[in-house]
Design a protein around this ligand. Structure first.
Ligand code: ADP
Ligand code: MG
Ligand code: MG
Length: 212
């Protein structure tokens, strides 16, 4: 469907939970080499809790309400660096949507921008520091370019997902300057950043569910 509504937001989160669970070990292994091997476990716990919350509570009324539920759940269940960062991202994304029932192309791009800006405000990482910001920043730029060029909302999300995927891949040669991986200094080079890779999964889930 072209209209990104509350039902889409719920499908996005269920698909994210599925993809995170499927890639739990991959994310753990990425975090094992440059961190503490818990990123996959942290996110799987968080999105499993999100699905449980969606199953047990009354259906949220707006896309923003879905994202707010996600933010609260991730903040209270994920822990580590990624919990507060993704929590802030989803909270800011929710705020950017207001009480709109549907997300148009510009709102889709603004939602990604808001998430990215929230992560930067919270974690103070810059582009090139080998963090999830290296996926969110090109995703934001591509989403905005697509929206300005007249893309549909699913196309905006597809542009964001593709850019996030490329951004995550491009973290491989970088030396980490933020988070746990920065303790490794030059030895952090040669491996992709786990948070950048999980960002690509989350945005890929957004794009795939939007195209359905
Ligand atoms: P922890 O490092 O506490 O074990 P996770 O393993 O769940 O937390 O998450 C690690 C990810 O968090 C990193 O791969 C990186 O993408 C992201 N991260 C860490 N610190 C920052 C920061 N200051 N800004 C943005 N992202 C960060
Ligand atoms: Mg970790
Ligand atoms: Mg940890």
């Amino acid at each position: 469907a072209d209209a990104l509504d509350t039902e889409w937001a719920v499908r996005w989160m269920r698909e994210t939970a599925r993809v995170v669970a499927e890639n739990r070990v991959l994310l753990i292994n990425l975090d094992r080499v440059i961190g503490d091997a818990d990123h996959g476990e942290n996110l799987d716990r968080g999105f499993t809790a999100v699905v449980a919350k969606l199953d047990s509570s009354e259906a949220p009324e707006t896309p923003a309400a879905v994202l707010k539920l996600v933010a609260m759940t991730l903040m209270s269940t994920v822990g580590g660096a990624a919990g507060p960062l993704y929590g802030t991202a989803f909270l800011r994304a929710a705020t950017s949507l207001g009480d709109a029932a549907e997300i148009d192309p510009n709102a889709a791009a603004a939602m990604i921008r808001a998430a990215r800006d929230g992560i930067v405000a919270r974690g103070k990482a810059e582009i090139g520091d080998k963090t999830m910001v290296d996926a969110w920043t090109p995703a934001t730029e591509s989403a905005e370019t697509a929206a300005q060029a007249g893309a549909t909302a699913p196309e905006v999300l597809t542009a964001a997902a593709n850019a996030a995927h490329a951004g995550a891949g491009a973290t491989e040669p970088l030396i980490a300057r933020k988070g746990r991986a920065s303790y490794l200094g030059e030895r952090s080079a040669g491996h992709q950043d786990p948070g950048a890779v999980s960002t690509a999964f989350i945005l890929q889930a957004a794009a795939e569910t939007a195209r359905e």
